[in-house]
Structure formats: C-alpha cells, structure tokens
Design a protein around this ligand. Structure first.
Ligand code: NAD
Length: 260
C-alpha cells in the first residue's frame, strides 16, 4: 500500500541518520512530510539521501564528524547557507564503547581519551547543535528538538561504561534546561531514552552471539523482547509533531516497560 505524503515545508535534521535508530527516524520523518537532512560521519549518507529523495520531498546529507567542534561549526555554517537553519533537530548520533566480551566496562579501564570522545559525540555535539538550532527556531517562533539519551542515563546498566552512562545522563539534564530556555519562544525540547534496540550499535555478534544476548536481555523486560528502531522513530516523530505541542523537558522511556 502506498501512502500519500503531504509536504509540511519543514526541514528536519537527524544526526547519525545513516544507521539504526537515526535511519528509521529519517524514513519516518520523511513519511511525516518533512524534508530531511542526514548529518553523519558516514559517507554512505550521501548515497542514502539520493536514494530516498523524490522530486516533491528531497532528502539531503552532510558528512561531518560530530566529535569535533570545528566540524560542527563548518557543517552548521553550510546548513545556514544552504537551508537557512532547521525546524526540527534530532540529536541521535552516539557511540557506545564495549568490552570484547560485552561484560561491564569498569571505570578503571576508561582512558581520558575514551572519556572525552564519548562525551564529545554523545553530549557536546548535542549541546553545540541545539545551541545553534534554537537560535533560528526561536526567531521563527516554532521548533522541535529531540535528543536521544539511553536507559543507561537513567539507571545502572552493566554493559555500559561510566563514560556512556554519564554522557546520556548529561543529555537528560541538558535537555530539561534547554526546554526551559526555548519554551517561551514556542520551541520544545524532549528526550527519548531507549532501552535495548536491535541496531548495529547493540550488535555484539562479532563478540559472541548477539541473538542470545538479546534473548537473555529480553527476559528482564516486561514486554519480553528488545525494541526496534522503528519503535524509537515513532516516539521521535510524535515529539517532532504538532501533537506533542504541550510536552517539553520530558523524558520518554522507550524500553519495553523497565523502571528502576
Ligand atoms: P548506530 O551505531 O546504528 O548508529 C549511530 C550513527 O551515528 C551511525 O550512523 C554513525 O555513523 C553515527 N555517528 C557515530 N559517531 C559519529 C560522529 N562522531 N559523527 C557523526 N556521526 C556519528 O546506533 P543506534 O543504535 O542507532 O544508536 C542511535 C542512538 O541511540 C545513540 O545515541 C545511542 O547511544 C542511542 N541508544 C541506542 C540503544 C540501542 O540499543 N541501540 C540503546 C540506548 C540508546
């Protein structure tokens, strides 16, 4: 069945849009009628954008390494020049270092370089891109920022190291304050906190049996399964829509029902 897409005239930027949750979000926001801009370090983004583009609804891509403030400065300058800012920003790009056997990553094994890299990609890029995007959004009097945190930023997750957990907890605190600053100008900012979602990031098949690890994990989840990237994209789509107009500063757990 083909669905009719009605263009909204809005531009939605999705970081990390070349894979997993980001790619599902790109597809979903496109179906919602937005022009979408993928921002990703992967060169594949360019090919993807071309493949997904139609005459009525182009998909764009910018290749950038978001661990670098200089790269963020370059790419946001290009976006301002090419599109005059964005209406929707999804800060989704993230990295999650794991130990080879996917056992807990103890604090004493985290180097300062690893710490800084995780913070730069997962948190600092979210800060810099939100700071840039909110400027244009507040001028227009409308905008949506959706930041992707993690269950690991809400509670202890043995598989995640302290650098990852700290970066994701920081995203939640940052977004709450961002919502306060943006709110008076018609801009909302919310967080989604995914539990285990089947994507390349959570795939540890090179390290053992990914499927078995997912199944083992699923036993601890009330819905008895891991999630899909489309389920995350649905929550992000809602937070990027008019329907979420009175929701800001919220954290939406998309984790199959795990609390505490
Ligand atoms: P993924 O690895 O499938 O995709 C991540 C994307 O981010 C890739 O396209 C990658 O190229 C891009 N990226 C990584 N570093 C980048 C950088 N320095 N500059 C630009 N782009 C970069 O991962 P995913 O599972 O889809 O994860 C998306 C988000 O969801 C991440 O923030 C992750 O922490 C979060 N998350 C995922 C899970 C899960 O189980 N998959 C659980 C909780 C939170």
């Amino acid at each position: 069945m083909t669905t009719t897409i009605i263009p909204t005239g809005r531009l939605a930027a999705v970081t990390g849009g070349a894979s997993g949750i980001g790619l599902s979000t790109v597809n979903r926001l496109r179906e919602d009628g937005h022009q979408v801009l993928i921002i990703d370090r992967s060169e594949q983004s360019l090919e993807l954008a071309e493949k997904l583009s139609t005459e009525e609804l182009p998909v764009h891509a910018k290749v950038a390494d978001l661990s670098s403030a200089e790269e963020i400065n370059r790419v946001t300058g290009e976006i301002d020049r090419d599109f005059g800012g964005v209406d929707i920003l999804v800060n989704n790009a993230g990295i999650h270092p794991k130990r080879p056997d996917s056992s807990h990553f103890p604090i004493e094994e985290i180097t300062l370089d690893q710490w800084n890299l995780v913070m730069n990609v997962n948190m600092t890029a979210t800060f810099l891109l939100s700071q840039w995007a909110m400027k244009g959004m507040t001028e227009k009097g409308w905008g949506r920022i959706v930041n992707v945190a993690s269950r690991a930023g809400r509670m202890y997750m043995p598989i995640s190291g302290a650098h990852y957990a700290a970066s994701k907890a920081a995203v939640i605190g940052f977004t709450r304050t961002l919502a306060g600053d943006c709110g008076p100008h018609g801009v909302t900012a919310n967080t989604v906190a995914p539990g285990r979602i089947k994507t390349p990031l959570s795939d540890v098949s090179g390290l053992g049996s990914s499927q078995n690890l997912h199944e083992e994990f699923a036993r601890t989840v009330p819905l008895r399964r891991v999630g899909t990237s489309d389920e995350l994209a649905a929550a992000i789509s809602f937070l990027a829509s008019e329907d979420s107009s009175f929701i800001t500063g919220a954290v939406i757990d998309v984790n199959g029902g795990v609390f505490g």
